[in-house]
Design a protein around this ligand. Sequence first.
Ligand SMILES: [Zn+2]
Length: 195
Amino acid sequence: MKPPKSYIKLREALNSLPEIGPITAERLVQYLIFNREKRENLINSLRELDRIGLCKFCGMICEGEICEVCADENRENVVLVVRSPFEVFRVEDSGKYKGRYFVIYHLISPSEGISAEKIPKEKFEKFLENFKISEIIIGLPNDVKGEVTAYFLVEGIKGIKISRLPSGVPRGEDISSLDPYTLYEALTNRVPFEL
Ligand SMILES: [Zn+2]
């Protein structure tokens, strides 16, 4: 006899997620069948994810139109450009950075079919104007993709200081992989970005 249809459906749905193999998926289904409370909690949490959208200014994930940082008038006129929202959370956790963020989500990579059109350059220029930004800090991975993307993003921008994290940050690594101390050091010891 085969498992019920709903069992198979959930097993497939879980197995289609990253990091969840067939055995883990099977175990989770069995666990959820017998734990009604956990199941309901999970259903509600998943539904609530629908509330998450992107901040219209910086692209950060948030509930509502504008994220907390963009809504905060006391932030410094500095912007840290990062690849993903998780880096923003990590930098915020360090508690030391008081500037703003801009999330770009993609790095230019012709071999993966990601062209410069994916980079929100116009939105970034509007952001610089809106928040009267006086310094841009490039916080993208310092490998070829990160470099190419950074050059594209800041090309043609005049009258604003442009910095990057020091070369001590391991190549190709996201800043979200740094511990808070290293991250703070990197942000404090930033160096000029040469165009
Ligand atoms: Zn924002």
